[in-house]
Design a binder for this molecule. Sequence first.
Ligand code: NAD
Length: 494
Amino acid sequence: STYTHHFDTPTYNASVTLDTGLFINGEFVQPVDGGTIDVINPTNGQVICPVSIGNAKDIDIAVKAARTAYKTSWGLKVPGAERGRMLSKFADLVEEHSEELAALESLNVGKPFAPTKMFDIGSVIKTLRYYAGWADKIQGKTIETNDAKFCYTRREPVGVVGQIVPWNGPLYLTAWKIGPALAAGNCIILKPSEFSPFTALRIAPLLNLAGFPPGVINIVNGIGSQAGQAISEHPNIEMVSFTGSSLTGRKVLEAAARSNLKQVTLELGGKSPTIIYDDADLEQAVKWASFGVFFNMGQVCCAGSRIFVQEGIYDEFLQKFRDVAKSLKTGDLFDPTTNHGPQVSKIQFDRVMGYIASGKEESAKLETGGVQIGTEGYFIEPTIFSNAKPSMKIAREEIFGPVATVFKFVDEKEVIDLANDTSYGLACAVFTKDLKRALNTAHGIEAGTSWVNMASFLDHALPFGGYKQSGLGRDVGEYALEQYTQLKSVHFNL
Ligand code: NAD
């Protein structure tokens, strides 16, 4: 079955049709047990349309299709250059459809259209082209050994990989997963989040047009505890690459351990610090700190939600930061001046409002925001707390909403200790003009990414992942190719 949406907006007017089934072995099919879920419009809480959801039976069918494709028409059967050519064609097709894909993403998850087209879909295209370029450059080494045998290593695909994606960057994070996996020759079972399946469904026919053989990429929408769990525990899936919360990541790792010890990469949550020293360019620091915590309504894994400001500029920073938070504009997502949308779902809305209530209860000072915008949908005012203690819930737990907590600090040692006092370790941003202090802080924070004089800027060429409970392994960059390949040593006795 299909769904057609008529966009009649200030910036996008068109009808877009989606197939709402499961995409298995190159075609859309209905789930074995016929399950569906309603996709909700986060701007008004109304149902957009039902889409199919699969369970363990559908995952099993998809795995069989992927396994057959891997043995017959993909994996080591297809030269890297050919895989790269298809990825490159796919990138061109995404580019051709970028307005349509951005509109669908906005409709589904409430992201404003203009930045979605520029950042999300723009990054998808760049990521796919980057991995198209890598596909014929995945190489081993020849290695000298003591007994002068001829020895070398080669990189072989892992096989069938499961990829589980969250709703905060649906197509963006899908490209981060499928780009390197396909370049390296793997077959894929992709599970979008049940909250955000639209763009994954829309790219399915584009994958066919790009020439990927049936079964190479299977897209099975489904709820986490069923389809997601079935991927994590399937005995014929060799690897699972998961992006989502730390709580779910733990379940994926446990299921992988219990089943077939499949390889696991986890990109999880964060409570990232932004550190602003007295000598920073204040305008720039305010701009980036706001972007870091309010972009995508705070639904960013590396959001700089704990902001540490040195005492000399604390008051001035807070004043300017409040002004920016108040200036963010909500409205029609397709109005180019709108830069603040709703939270993705009622669950997330309630969760974020719960954290705001807890901040007030624990006597942090509410500087601005803290309330719903309007009465429809899941909009929350950009919110800033100050006078918080590091022990408070709002300072320790990932909120995943537009809520910043600002702290005052005295010196470098104190702030590095405070910033590291967390179970997470995804990212940090530091603002200073002092090179030594920048390096000390960027290196001293226990996190997978450090930004200096910028924040929350991701690039597909740089590895991304977490220390501590923020993850296991790295996505993107050359490093992702290591995770999506097995390293084989070959010894010749000549
Ligand atoms: P989530 O963990 O609830 O869900 C993520 C995905 O896992 C969804 O597709 C969901 O259906 C699936 N899932 C749920 N239960 C499952 C189970 N038992 N087994 C297997 N799969 C299951 O997270 P979310 O609410 O969709 O996303 C928000 C979280 O994702 C935040 O914690 C955020 O920090 C994190 N995130 C991390 C990164 C990163 O790169 N580190 C990027 C984006 C989001």
